[in-house]
Ligand binder design. Structure first.
Ligand SMILES: *Cc1c(COP(=O)(O)O)cnc(C)c1O
Length: 366
């Protein structure tokens, strides 16, 4: 029986890195690898980005940062979540940099620098409108007076709340707020844009953009054509084909009535694999380029699609849940969510298969 597989095109990730770099006007890009590189596998993705020229990485958690450090010994690795007292040794031993989001973290990092007898590198996050992480305007005076001297200010950053809506007025207000707050700090490289922010224009790219989703093929410009190459393809095999010889209703709750003669294929993937339950009755999958609607409810391990009129479908036929034939963003929208959530919730019951990895051999001059 063919397996359920998540195909990851590493060549497309490298191509997307280049597309984003051009869109950012050649400014530096950092690769965002949080949540195991959005579910694709940081161990496979990180070396591809490194070979593409990426030298700076962001993770959310300290453990994720340690995993990237183990793969890329020379990379600059930031941990977005910040630092707690019990974690300082781990940050130092692994040469990880915290993103300092609140005064207490600056106090901890400055104290650690005092003990180490040297300035310690970190990023400072500024609160500019997201109301989530970051130092506020009223924090900045204390930050400057008490702790900044002990910190090697490697990056000043903030995060956009509405970058996927180019007409939203908060984009311009966050940009202005970021400039005003950053001007009160010593000169340091600045970082503001995520994937969508890169497409808001050159002023948003600043010194270092931080794309995640677009590297992995998610459309950073919703409502407009996707400038990124597709990276992921999820396929599950048909386990059974049923031809109905009378009217019936499909699945739990008998929610989807079907008439006599309908052909229903049951495929080996369900919500336990991360296929949203809300995709049932709403999203379409694809078989050899032909759309097949998900009918009835998605079960834990099984999903049913209508293959009436597709006589060639049989046991083992692979069904694409999303991929080049079946746009991830469209599947996500049909299920009432976003591609980010689908990728990061993919389960561990199927294999990830990596293709398109071209390891460049160094040509040493004679
Ligand atoms: C997740 C995240 C990013 C990357 O966002 P994408 O929309 O996936 O490009 C960048 N910066 C911060 C602070 C984040 O949390």
């Amino acid at each position: 029986m063919p397996e359920t597989l998540l195909h990851v095109d590493l060549g497309a990730i490298a191509a997307n890195y280049a597309i984003l770099q051009a869109a950012a006007g050649g400014q530096e890009l950092a690769g965002v690898l949080k949540a195991d590189a959005y579910g694709l596998g940081a161990a496979a993705v990180a070396p591809v980005l490194w070979r593409a020229g990426c030298r700076t990485y962001f993770t959310a958690k300290l453990d994720e940062g340690m995993a990237v450090r183990a793969i890329l010994p020379e990379a600059v690795v930031y941990v977005l979540e910040g630092v707690a007292a019990a974690e300082i040794e781990t940050f130092l031993v692994n040469e990880l940099r915290p993103v300092l989001n609140q005064p207490g973290e600056l106090e901890l990092w400055a104290a650690a620098a005092g003990r180490a007898g040297q300035k310690l590198p970190a990023a400072l996050q500024l609160e500019t409108g997201m109301c989530r992480m970051g130092l506020t305007s009223s924090d900045l005076d204390a930050v400057r007076q008490k702790w900044l001297a002990a910190i090697d200010l490697a990056l000043v950053m903030s995060h956009l709340a509405c970058a996927d809506e180019p007409a939203h007025p908060q984009n311009a207000s966050q940009l202005a707020c970021f400039a005003a707050l950053a001007a009160r700090l010593p000169k340091a490289p600045r970082s503001l844009a995520n994937s969508s922010g890169i497409f808001l224009g050159r002023t948003f790219a600043t010194d270092l953009a931080r794309p995640g989703a677009a590297l992995y093929g998610i459309n950073p410009t919703p409502g407009r054509p996707n400038p990124m190459r597709p990276v992921v393809k999820l396929t599950a095999p048909v386990l059974r084909v049923l031809r109905l010889d009378g009217p019936a209703a499909v699945g739990y709750g008998a929610t989807h009535p079907v008439s006599s003669g309908a052909r229903i294929a049951t495929i080996g993937i369900g919500y336990a694999d991360g296929l949203p339950r809300a995709a049932g009755g709403a999203a379409k999958a694809s078989i050899q380029g032909r759309a097949v609607p998900l009918i009835g409810r998605v079960s834990m391990d099984l999903t049913t699609v209508d293959v009436s009129g597709l006589d060639e479908v049989g046991i083992g036929t692979p069904v694409e849940l999303f991929g080049p034939e079946c746009d991830l963003d469209a599947v996500a929208a049909a299920a009432g969510t976003i591609g980010y959530e689908i990728l990061t919730r993919l389960g561990s019951r199927f294999r990830r298969v990596y293709t398109g990895q071209h390891v460049q051999k160094r040509q040493d001059a004679a």
